[in-house]
Design a protein around this ligand. Sequence first.
Ligand SMILES: Nc1nc2c(ncn2[C@@H]2O[C@H](COP(=O)(O)OP(=O)(O)O)[C@@H](O)[C@H]2O)c(=O)[nH]1
Ligand SMILES: [Mg+2]
Length: 318
Amino acid sequence: MFGFGKKDKTQEASAPAGATPLEKQLERPRAGFGKRLRQMFSFGRKIDDELLEELETLLLTADVGAETTTAIIDDLTGRVKRKELDDSERLMAALRELLIQRLTPVAKPLDPTAADGPFVVMVVGVNGAGKTTTIGKLAQRLGSDGKSVLLAAGDTFRAAAVEQLKTWGERIGVPVIAQDTGSDSASVCFDGLQAAGARGVDVMIADTAGRLHTQSNLMEELKKIKRVMGKLDPSAPHEVLLVLDGTAGQNALNQAADFGEAVGVTGLVVTKLDGTAKGGMVFALAQKLGVPIRFIGVGERAADLRVFEPEAFVDALL
Ligand SMILES: Nc1nc2c(ncn2[C@@H]2O[C@H](COP(=O)(O)OP(=O)(O)O)[C@@H](O)[C@H]2O)c(=O)[nH]1
Ligand SMILES: [Mg+2]
């Protein structure tokens, strides 16, 4: 209708062949945000203050966050005043551009080549955010890129967590280093890195526990894992990947601040964007944290981890 939902070739670059289109996977946030946006602009609506106010409310209720919303609305208001945006199609195109611009600084893909030995990814986040699932998907993706991968079952807190990682390992044919439940998480990660080094593995991914981030013993445990792996390779971990549940809203921002302070997060994965997430949270994260968003999770299958691409994301959302 407006031409802003048009797909271009780059949109599907991150998806494996035969994968579900991103706009299908983001169907629900799209229905909440994009659809309401299209309704708002239908019937040749006049571009006036009232419309801009409605747009402001829509962005806020989609979790885009106050700062980003204000910046976008101010920019659009200025252009409307200067008569640069006199029809809804132009306004939509301008909005699309602004949304993409906000995300571009954090669109930096994970590059697991910058290490002498194994590239070490330490995955952190609260319980249920999607850490273990993301590790399975990521291992599969790296494997199909021709990289050898080894997983360390560092969530030794729950028996089910170790089993879950082992199941992923079997499914995708990747070795998993594990010890019994209750054993020292740092020692599992140490063993994992040692094994990865000995076997000449390209990428080692460490799972960790995620008891509530407000419990300081979890943060101490994570710091210890970092420290202990650093004894084998002072540059490890090369990536501290924070997994955030896309439906968590403001909570995700608080989690990011806490984990960031404790272990220095270098990359984000936002999961469950196929669910009830409003999608706007991604903009708030980009604005508040400025940490690269490496991937988005859009389902539970191995193929449902997509490289974060602002244009594809915004188009799928709108
Ligand atoms: N729909 C959907 N579910 C997901 C996604 N990522 C993870 N999950 C589900 O979220 C639940 C918790 O995931 P898990 O990996 O065990 O979280 P962890 O506790 O952080 O390790 C599981 O039921 C996963 O299948 C996603 O991108 N989309
Ligand atoms: Mg887990």
